[in-house]
Design a protein around this ligand. Structure first.
Ligand code: PLP
Length: 303
């Protein structure tokens, strides 16, 4: 039977058995970086791009996971096979790990670790929103400045994103769009944002995670002649867009049909958005940028 799997302490275990110490800075200080990958119809999507981003995140925090990137690639493949779900999300976490001595809390002396989980594919904004679209609230809560936290390092320091999400829920929205301290659009809790105006596509530039799905949208948008551009964008640009959507591993492309409770465009998922959604999922089904877990494990058998 298919089941969610975790990899902790060098072992694959059912997710309910995966545990860490509550004394670890991994937990008490969110001292952990991560990356989330997906597999769809047997293909792991852009695995090397995710591993490259994961490596740059753990290096930025001086973390040294006890496995090479190639070993991590095998762990991902093994989890996809063992879990036996049709479609999955796999999260890799590079952890600070436990202190060797609780009386000496020097984070440089912690035993860094690697944990991973593999769960059924999920939709960060809800699968139903694929058809209805989301009501996106542009929040007063701001994205943390780059000088404090570099959003390109994929991290669990989510207080700004969580506060914005709570604000959005309080205002009747489905999710939140945060702005940078100087007032430009940045990103939301778990996704990048895009807008379309006069047939051209735009996405913010600044302190935000450079999403792997965002990169994929760039590729698809160029192919369909939508001329994607990365530039500073204002809340007004989003409010007056013809259409808008989000991009993320856990949910692909999701239409935005309302901003701050007001209808965007004609209130339905836009033409460009729908085209990109169709392209994204049909290509993923065909194995676009995909690697089969079995092939990765075969490599190991040969080596
Ligand atoms: N921005 C944030 C803050 C995220 O947490 C995520 C994904 O988790 C994204 C953007 C989208 O990135 P990706 O497309 O690589 O999933």
């Amino acid at each position: 039977m298919a089941e969610s799997i975790a990899f902790v302490d060098n072992e694959f275990v059912p997710i309910t058995e995966a545990k860490i110490s509550i004394m670890e800075p991994t937990f008490t200080k969110s001292d952990v970086v991560y990356d989330t990958i997906s597999s769809y119809r047997g293909y792991i999507f852009r695995l090397d791009d995710h591993l490259e981003r994961f490596e740059s995140s753990f290096r930025a925090m001086q973390l040294n996971p006890p496995y090479s990137l190639d070993e991590i690639r095998h762990i991902v493949a093994e989890m996809v096979i063992r879990s036996d779900f049709d479609n999955t999300c796999i999260t890799l976490m590079a952890t600070r790990g436990p202190f060797i001595d609780l009386a000496n809390r020097d984070i440089r002396k912690c035993k860094n670790g690697l944990m991973a989980v593999c769960v059924p594919y999920y939709w960060v904004l809800g699968e139903d929103k694929q058809t209805t679209g989301v009501n996106m609230v542009i929040t007063d809560n701001q994205r943390v400045p780059l000088e404090a936290i570099d959003a390109k390092v994929k991290n669990f320091n989510w207080m700004d994103l969580t506060r914005a999400l709570l604000e959005a829920y309080d205002k009747g929205g489905d999710s939140a769009m945060l702005c940078t301290p100087d007032g430009y659009l940045s990103e939301g809790p778990g996704f990048n944002v895009w807008l379309a105006k006069n047939g051209k596509l735009y996405t913010p530039l600044g302190n935000l995670l450079e999403g792997v799905t965002r990169r994929s949208v760039f590729e698809l948008a160029k192919e369909i002649g939508a001329d994607p551009v990365e530039k500073p964008l204002t809340p007004e640009d989003l409010r007056t867009a013809d259409e808008a959507f989000t991009s993320t591993t856990a949910g692909g492309i999701t239409p935005v049909t309302q901003v701050d409770g007001k209808t965007l465009g004609n209130g339905a998922p836009g033409i460009l958005t729908t085209r990109l959604m169709e392209e994204y999922w049909s290509r993923r089904e065909e194995g676009w940028h995909g690697t089969r877990a079995e092939e990765i494990l075969q490599d190991r058998d040969v080596a």
